[in-house]
Design a protein around this ligand. Structure first.
Ligand code: PLP
Length: 377
């Protein structure tokens, strides 16, 4: 079986994790936590990093820092993982959706302004499958309406965005550098993994202290077992941070490798008719976290039939996200009644992603491309 993802765990990772085991620093205290936080924050061009137990809890913690009130609204894409909506709901807010862009598959930024109301507090852009959201319009709206931006860069380690494109003062910046707070996941299928884990990065020292407190049960520093606020245990362990740090030390190579892999898939698959492949805009340098393909209506086959064919040839794939508006668990809360998101529905029904892990060999990639050609042409 060619797996949809397999990470590369190198000698440095083993050395650092072994150091935790041998020294006994196995829980959430220990030197690797702070080093991982500062190294990753610096890579993203941020002042502070706060590790968490996952990307999901990074989202939860960042929204908890904003003290949402019941009825406060957070604008997000429908085409994303449920972690985004859960973080809003668990913090007492209401998710408000926009459809996907049919080319980048990220949120359609042209739909955001119409969704802003007196209750809007946050915009939550999510860089989907490694491609940056077009952030300029969102950052302008956030400033105009005094909204926080929680940037979800879980899938976009090292991806870059031409901030201010169309303006003179444009500059390339990394995903994760643009939100009031920006979050990452370090789950095993990400470019940098800590096994399970996440991080929030930011420039504001008060938000950093608040996030640190919330992820650690809001212990009062002066009197440990006194709690003035409700927190969570969302801590990362030193062992996870050791793994994440070792991976971060070769992030530049990893990003280059992922970009080469994505470009190779595009070269080999672009002659297949009726298949839409990941794009890269003049303002984006994407990292092809997962290499998605989208069948158009000229194919009789659905994405799930294509997945079955590939699976019978020993090639693992994953379906695209199912939109938040189509999630029974969220509809049962009375959310998104009679709302329509045709682009997200099209993506969910017709998209899947191919094996995209760092350990995928050239030969395996050739095998995947040959199989896709045989089935679709
Ligand atoms: C866009 C996005 N946000 C958040 C998460 C949640 O991260 P985790 O799985 O680490 O909880 C994921 C997970 O892959 C994700 O894809």
């Amino acid at each position: 079986m060619i797996p949809v993802n397999e990470p590369i765990i190198g000698a440095r990772e083993q050395e650092y994790v072994l150091e935790c085991l041998q020294s006994g620093w196995v829980s959430s205290a220990g030197k690797f936590i702070e080093t991982f936080e500062s190294t990753w924050a610096q890579y993203c061009g941020r002042k502070y990093g706060v590790t968490t137990s996952s990307g999901t809890t990074a989202l939860q913690t960042s929204l908890a820092c904003l003290d949402l009130k019941p009825g406060d609204e957070v604008i997000m894409p429908t085409f994303t993982i449920i972690s985004c909506a859960l973080a809003v709901i668990y913090n007492g807010g209401t998710p408000v959706l926009v459809d996907a862009d049919h080319e980048t598959w990220c949120m359609n930024v042209d739909q955001v302004e119409d969704r802003i109301t007196d209750h809007t507090r946050v915009i939550m852009p999510v860089h989907i499958y490694g491609h940056p959201v077009d952030m300029n319009p969102l950052l302008t709206l956030a400033e105009k309406h005094n909204l926080a931006v929680i940037e979800d860069a879980a899938e976009a380690h090292g991806a870059e965005y031409l901030r201010g494109h169309k303006r003179e003062d444009q500059e390339w910046v990394r995903c994760g550098s643009m939100g009031t707070m920006s979050i990452f996941s370090f789950y095993a299928n990400k470019l940098v993994t800590s096994g399970e884990g996440g991080m929030i990065v930011m420039n504001d020292s008060d938000l950093a202290s608040k996030a640190r407190s919330i992820r650690n049960l809001c212990f009062e520093p002066e009197q440990r077992f006194l709690h003035n606020n409700l927190g969570h245990n969302f801590r990362m362990t030193n062992m996870q941070a050791a793994l994440g740090l070792a991976q971060t030390e070769r992030i530049h190579e990893t990003v280059e490798l992922k970009r080469r892999m994505g470009q190779k898939y595009t070269e080999n698959l672009s002659d297949i008719k009726g298949v839409q492949l990941p794009v890269e805009r003049s303002w984006s340098r994407q990292v092809y976290w997962m290499y998605g393909i989208l069948l158009d209506k000229s194919h009789e086959m659905t994405a799930s039939e294509l997945a079955d064919h590939l699976s019978s040839l020993g090639i693992q794939t994953r379906p695209f996200f199912l939109g938040m508006h189509a999630q029974p668990a969220l509809q049962d809360l009375g959310l998104f009644q009679s709302e329509d998101y045709p682009v997200a529905d099209h993506l969910s029904q017709n998209g899947l992603y191919l094996p995209s892990g760092l350990a995928l060999s050239e030969q395996q990639m050739d095998e995947v491309c040959a199989a896709v050609h045989n089935i679709l042409t």
